[in-house]
Design a protein around this ligand. Sequence first.
Ligand SMILES: O=P(O)(O)OC[C@H]1O[C@H](O[C@H]2O[C@H](CO)[C@@H](O)[C@H](O)[C@H]2O)[C@H](O)[C@@H](O)[C@@H]1O
Length: 259
Amino acid sequence: MTNRQPPRARLTGAAGLFFDFDGTLAGIQEDPETVTPVSGVIPALTALAQRAKVVGIVSARPLSFLAEHFDEVPGLRLSGLYGLESSIAGERFTDPEAAGWEPAIREARERAQEELPGDVRIEDKRLALAIHYRSAPELRSGIEDWVSATAAATGLDVRIGRMVVELVPPVRRDKGSVVRSWCEGLDTAWYFGDDIGDRAAFEALAERQHDNPGFTAVRVAIVNSESEHGLAEQADVVLDAPSAVVGYIEDLLDVSRQG
Ligand SMILES: O=P(O)(O)OC[C@H]1O[C@H](O[C@H]2O[C@H](CO)[C@@H](O)[C@H](O)[C@H]2O)[C@H](O)[C@@H](O)[C@@H]1O
């Protein structure tokens, strides 16, 4: 059991709460297409969005996937593909520099379909290509070599995740840039994450706290048997499952209602 007591931070002043999706609001499964938020996430986020100044999802999933699962939460911000896409108050944005890399992603997908073994799962996210080896972990180093070679041939960048390697446009955006911009005007912000890509968001919160002594950052790591990237060591709170994130939000709302 890795849960710790939540800190005594409350939803006072201008508060923001930002959540990664896979492994944080949803359990990990073999097929990414069938993943849904765990029970209680939608009502918890709905209540939070009524109470906090900014609530958002900061994910590597495409915006279309996030919209399908979260459109019913009023006021929720969505950021997809590590900040390349977003939707805020009904306004959709796609990074124009990244958009030019769609043909390179398509080329990489065609190469993957021809060259990679059938037990590797290829997830085409239009502006990113994820190669999953969860169903064949022994293929990891071969896939990493293939991804490096394809990145060199296409000009794309490489990102590593949980049993996944991705080809992405070489654009300077990450979850840290999203959190940095969403923290503007906030007094307190929480970030909940479980994976390597969430480190940049933790760092953005730490930087903001360092530069603004009046700002409170709460970094929440969701750890699991696959965690190996030091996120828990940087965290203020450690939880052990997406269901514990729902419990944490409910506690936070309760404590904040009590004033
Ligand atoms: O930023 P996130 O919302 O956490 O997205 C990160 C990646 O999540 C998905 O892959 C992960 O979850 C899959 C489903 O449980 C799992 O099979 C895989 O091993 C995990 O890496 C998603 O499919 C990727 O596109 C995201 O980059």
